[in-house]
Design a protein around this ligand. Structure first.
Ligand SMILES: [Zn+2]
Length: 205
């Protein structure tokens, strides 16, 4: 079933609210970062924040609809805006993980952590790991780090190679963080907890 304008605008309203929240935390400076939500699975269609807009000031209609390759798809009643170049990776994450909410933010902690630990960021025995669905004790968690690329197919291949179903986050080196979850609320909480865990790891290295 194809998405309706109502589906897309409802997703757009949720994405705008989450983007405003992350902007207030300094995680979407300039026009950086992008958030998306799956609006239909078959065919795969995502609403993704449109390119080049201030993420603190988005309206529900400031979304683009994309297909599995990240290219724009027309939906009746929705103005066709340009999707972010990174929409292709969002679609790949949605397809591979099954998550309906994907968040990409340029947090300083993710970039600093990727710089210090290009092979992955190890975490264990810290209570906040529970916030990303892992255990507070005796559970070694590695947040994967993948090399950056402007080619979304290449970045998608790196994501797929690094993906661990038990860890809902990947750092893109010298760039930022991707997280995913079944709902925007859960994805928000994972993003907040991952950022905190990375800050902790940097502070205690
Ligand atoms: Zn980015």
């Amino acid at each position: 079933m194809s998405p309706t304008a109502e589906n897309v605008l409802a997703a757009g309203a949720r994405l705008a609210a989450e983007a405003a929240r992350f902007t207030a935390l300094g995680w979407m400076r300039g026009t950086s970062g992008n958030l998306s939500e799956v609006v239909t699975r078959d065919p795969l269609r995502l609403a993704v924040t449109a390119s080049g807009l201030d993420k603190g000031e988005l309206a529900a209609s400031d979304v683009a609809v994309v297909g599995p390759g990240g290219g724009p798809v027309t939906v009746d009643g929705i103005e066709p805006l340009t999707p972010s170049a990174e929409a292709g990776l969002h679609a790949r994450v949605a397809a591979l993980t099954g998550a309906d909410s994907i968040m990409h933010v340029h947090t300083l902690n993710s970039v600093v952590a990727g710089h210090h630990w290009p092979g992955g960021v190890r975490l264990r025995d810290i209570e906040t790991l529970k916030g990303i669905g892992r255990l507070a004790h005796d559970d070694e968690v590695i947040i994967p780090v993948i090399a950056n690329s402007q080619d979304m197919a290449e970045l998608g291949d790196r994501f797929e190679a690094a993906y661990d179903p038990a860890t809902p986050a990947v750092i893109v080196a010298s760039h930022g963080l991707y997280t995913w979850a079944p709902t925007p609320l859960r994805a928000r909480h994972i993003t907040e907890c991952v950022d905190w865990l990375l800050a902790y790891r940097i502070a205690t290295r």
